[in-house]
Design a protein around this ligand. Sequence first.
Ligand code: 5GP
Length: 143
Amino acid sequence: MTSGYDSNNIFAKILRSELPCHRVFETADVLAFMDIMPRAPGHTLVIPKAAARTLLDVTPTSLGALILGVQTVAAAVKTAMKADGLTIQQFNESAGGQVVFHLHFHVIPRWEGEAMRPHTAQMAPVEELVAHAARIRLALDAA
Ligand code: 5GP
């Protein structure tokens, strides 16, 4: 069952600065910040600023900016976290695993032989999110 865009979803509130986040990257069209329940250290979310519930609801222009943002952030996450690889995830609707109904891509650094933690399993300590956001911002500044 699909419904429309709820402007009170958590990411809409983050975009309006009604809720805090650990911000790593921002353009006129895109925002990236740390996932508070990371599946791996450095797990970052990239979202469009335009309202869109799922991948099927976003305009081509917004999607273009978003996927370029994903690539930029992915490169910085891989460098900052000294990762061997990256998993990029994107879920649509509850049946597809979506929990927050504002379109987003997950950028998850990966290391050989290390499994990802389960989805939305455990909150990370704030100090860890602060430290990883700072490392990723440094990698973005150096790029
Ligand atoms: P999805 O909708 O793709 O299934 O997952 C939503 C993601 O948002 C999860 O990985 C979850 O940990 C993350 N998340 C949920 N609430 C918050 C929040 O308030 N702040 C941040 N930064 N991430 C959140």
